[in-house]
Design a protein around this ligand. Structure first.
Ligand code: FDA
Length: 309
């Protein structure tokens, strides 16, 4: 990664944690208009509309009610209610959709008990309704707590997926542990600022580790999700499953709503399973800033749409 790109990434990730900028932008009508490329809309109806459109094109979804690091019990309970409604609406509409949520949106920062109880109710409900909960992975201060809850939920209800980040040195051991327990894993590169003591600072090392862990997951994992927009990695995944005769039903690709849409269409046209991560809701700022951090050129794309107004 060039020093410039790495500096931009750091700057956007720093901004993603600034409450004043967040308050200002989330309440600005103009700023909200810019987010439509990456965010389905402000309401569950928006998320469901996108999920129906994608279903018609043979694409599965995971609905994310945006929110993270809530600081009160009331906010955490509200997030849980929003997700319960989403689960029932998904089941009523018979959509091939899961939900994706962050444990800190369900109160993990308020108390471990609150985050745990809310997650338990959601995973049990997902199981009862025939779907699943995908537990996004946040920064490394949450990794152990998140994985402990996911392991317990999997033992109790099965209907849960863990997310692991290839940039962390520890992830190889976590893959081995979760594979042995039969817990499905979404493998991503990792979207937060982490120190070199625990994560590879260089992109090529992250990519190399991703490829290595992806192959372990395809060979030994339980229905892994290969979550990336990296065409080279996706092609290597396809080559690997072909050479090992791994059936297409044994894994899925996952991509983010609005990112590399042509590549999304190509994956479906080639007959592979694809699930899009579809965020909706008013707390969009940190999610949106992480998308800018991943590709600073997105700022140019946004600037162009502003100039057109
Ligand atoms: P990489 O960054 O190398 O990009 C590959 C190609 O895609 C490049 O051409 C790049 O320009 C393009 N691209 C990537 N991101 C883009 C963007 N935002 N806009 C436009 N183009 C872009 N992270 C995490 O820490 N915890 C989590 O729970 C999740 N969950 C998750 C779910 C799903 C379904 C996906 C796809 C990703 C995540 N992530 C995540 C994010 C992940 O860690 C990572 O930051 C991004 O996916 C970017 O990495 P890529 O693998 O796409 O590769």
């Amino acid at each position: 990664m060039s020093a410039f790109v790495s500096g931009m990434r750091g700057a956007f990730l720093y901004l993603s944690r600034q409450p004043n900028v967040r308050r200002f932008l989330e309440t600005s009508r103009e700023a909200r208009a810019l987010t439509s490329r990456f965010i389905a809309g402000l309401t569950l109806e928006d998320g469901l509309r996108v999920a129906r459109e994608l279903d018609a094109r043979g694409v599965m979804t995971s609905l994310d009610h945006l929110g993270e690091n809530v600081t009160t019990e009331a906010e955490a309970i509200d997030a849980k209610q929003q997700y319960l409604t989403a689960l029932h609406r998904i089941a009523d509409a018979r959509l091939p959709a899961t939900i994706s949520m962050k444990l800190t949106s369900l109160g993990l920062d308020v108390s471990e008990e609150l985050g745990h109880a809310n997650t338990d109710e959601l995973v049990r409900t997902a199981r009862d309704l025939g779907t699943a909960v995908e537990c996004d992975m946040e920064d490394s201060s949450y990794t152990d707590r998140t994985l402990a809850i996911v392991r317990e939920m999997h033992d109790k209800y099965v209907s849960v997926r863990a997310v692991l980040q290839a940039y962390l040195y520890r992830t190889e051991a976590d893959v081995a542990d979760l594979n042995a327990r039969g817990v499905p894993i979404r493998l991503c590169k990792g979207a937060y600022l982490e120190p070199p003591t625990i994560a590879w600072p260089q992109k090529q090392d992250v990519d190399r580790n991703y490829l290595k862990l992806m192959k372990v997951l395809l060979d030994q994992g339980t229905y892994p999700a290969i979550a990336t927009h990296d065409e080279n990695i996706m092609n290597q995944c396809i080559e690997h499953v072909r050479s090992r005769n791994i059936p297409r039903e044994r894994f899925e690709f996952q991509m983010l709503y609005g990112v590399r849409r042509k590549l999304q269409r190509q994956i479906v046209a080639r007959g592979f399973r694809l699930r899009l991560y579809v965020p909706y809701g008013s707390a969009w700022y940190p999610y949106f800033m992480r998308r800018l951090a991943e590709r600073p050129a997105n700022v140019l794309f946004l600037a162009k749409s502003l100039a057109q107004d």
